[in-house]
Design a protein around this ligand. Sequence first.
Ligand SMILES: CC(C)(COP(=O)(O)OP(=O)(O)OC[C@H]1O[C@@H](n2cnc3c(N)ncnc32)[C@H](O)[C@@H]1OP(=O)(O)O)[C@@H](O)C(=O)NCCC(=O)NCCS
Length: 167
Amino acid sequence: MDRIDVRQATAADHSRIVDLLSRSWGSTIVIAHGVVYDAATLPAILAERRGRLAGLLTYAIGSDAFEVVSIDAVVKGAGVGTVLLNAAADHAERAGLRRLWLITTNDNLDALRFYQRRGMRLVGVTPGGVDGSRRIKPGIPLVGDFGIEIHDELTLEMRLPRPHPHH
Ligand SMILES: CC(C)(COP(=O)(O)OP(=O)(O)OC[C@H]1O[C@@H](n2cnc3c(N)ncnc32)[C@H](O)[C@@H]1OP(=O)(O)O)[C@@H](O)C(=O)NCCC(=O)NCCS
């Protein structure tokens, strides 16, 4: 397997980022906890394999927190999501932030497994949160992964700095 490179996205990556977000989320608009983001305008961490886009993480920085607004691996289950999440946590730690957090949807069992396996904790449920987003973005599907109806938002977080093993 080729090495996965990660770096901060630049203006030159814009059109590839728009393509990836549109394919994954129907448009570059992402709605979470009632906030409408145009993810294509956010700062982003990009993963590449042999110069080809392999994944993308967009984020927003608040007073003490790093919010992951979107995370996508072009090919799933090949380690790209792990590399992106690690890079985001490193960036957040270097910025002195206290936590990294994100919203996912109740159907996204793959993501729920993925985040918890990487040390994140489930810290909140907003029943009907996605139904509210769908009123703003009607393209959000009614049925998601595994045929599960999508209604609720789940909040997961990682406290920072992460404990590091001693060598
Ligand atoms: C969630 C997501 C970002 C994770 O990224 P990823 O590159 O697939 O993650 P990794 O390969 O690093 O790790 C995935 C884990 O699931 C396993 N896995 C195997 N096949 C898989 C598959 N088809 N899909 C997802 N995970 C799979 C991996 O082995 C790994 O297991 P581990 O936790 O025991 O190590 C990615 O699946 C994705 O893009 N999903 C669609 C978009 C999405 O839902 N984003 C999250 C919205 S909040």
